[in-house]
Design a protein around this ligand. Sequence first.
Ligand code: 5RP
Length: 212
Amino acid sequence: MALPKLQVALDNNTIPSAIKSIKALGDIVDIIEVGTILCLAEGSEAIKVMRALYPDKIILADTKCADAGKTVAQNCRDAGANWMTVICSASIETMIAANNVVEELQVELYGDWTFEQAALWYQSNIKQVVYHQSRDALLSGKTWDDSDLEKIKRLIEMGFRVSVTGGLDVNTIKLFKGLDVEAFIAGRSLRDAEDSKQAAIGFKQEIQRVFS
Ligand code: 5RP
């Protein structure tokens, strides 16, 4: 089982703010996510800036695309993204169209989705999903529980590479012990830390401790 990667979610509102965040974190994290908030606020320019700063890192555009998969994927790819996300409620046609353009597509699992749909995604050559606790669910008091871990396990058993996200901090990593997680995606706990670089190093050390 490979060590899970660490992905930072740049949910900044502006490019200058995202640059400030990534300057502290970019050398430590494995994957740079241009977050949904940044994609919506600044568009492809934010992806271009991250690609210019980090030519060799995996860059994910968290578009949570729901339609026009081919066009959105082409725009992300032209700007320098390797991977992008679609929302789980997008049609299979949208997913396939996007998957044909980017190196890898991730389906973001929010709200209602089924394992039958997931089987169709997998048959359609989509190999990554993101298991997500939404900000709004977390704010209303939901936490990670056994039902989440069971679903993650089942998705991994189906063959997916599964990343997890939503309010993660260094203390939540151990909840996933024994699961072959692809990447831990953290936003606020890295960007808003007093010392973001040290926070990222702490995540990496905890991943090493729990998963090796
Ligand atoms: C929100 C997202 C976030 O990027 C992701 O959940 C990480 O954010 P945080 O660690 O701040 O909860 O996809 O839609």
